[in-house]
Design a protein around this ligand. Structure first.
Ligand code: ZN
Length: 180
């Protein structure tokens, strides 16, 4: 299960792993991200927009952490999510391309609002339509990748096998050390 909001929150992982810089500040990464999630019509965000995205990621990361540990959110957090949702105004238009009609959602103000709106909507949908107990952070303290646990037993702890192996090996060594 993939969620736009999770993909967005997990972009912070790259700051400390693999590419060691913030993908949100990388125009090519942002372009691919927008294309992947059908936000391709939007302009490449300017500096002000990137700051807004960084702020949004901090906030979503904070509420996801809270959700994973406390299994609920405060009214204050819910209000802030609603402020984000209210800030974006859209209307729908009908378009004709060749022989087909299609409906398009168009932002009243700037196109970059659309990215924020889609990310925050994705988060609101995820926590309202899916099981919040399955939203988890990788138990490797140096990783903390956010994922949706689709295992039957709800017992997945790691983002992937690399983290699982790493932690298992570490625990095994620690246990051996304690026994010595
Ligand atoms: Zn991990």
């Amino acid at each position: 299960m993939e969620f736009l909001c999770m993909d967005f929150i997990n972009s912070q992982w790259y700051k400390t792993h693999k590419i060691f810089k913030d993908p949100l500040k990388d125009k090519n990464w942002l372009k691919d991200f927008c294309a992947k999630w059908n936000l391709a019509d939007t302009h490449i965000p300017d500096k002000a927009m990137i700051n807004k995205l960084l702020e949004l990621r901090d906030f979503l990361s904070y509420v996801t952490n809270k959700l994973c540990t406390k299994k609920t959110l405060d009214l204050k957090d819910i209000n802030k999510i609603n402020d984000y949702l209210k800030a974006s105004l859209f209307y729908k238009i009908l378009e004709k391309s060749e022989d087909r009609f299609c409906i398009k959602t168009v932002p009243v103000k700037s196109c970059s609002d659309f990215i924020i709106f889609e990310i925050i909507s994705s988060f609101a949908q995820m926590i309202s339509k899916y099981d919040i107990d399955r939203i988890k952070l990788c138990e490797n303290p140096e990783c903390r990748w956010v994922f949706y646990d689709e295992s039957k037993s709800h017992t997945r702890k790691w983002c992937d096998n690399t983290c699982a192996t790493l932690i298992k090996v570490r625990r095994f060594r620690e246990n051996r050390k304690q026994k010595k």
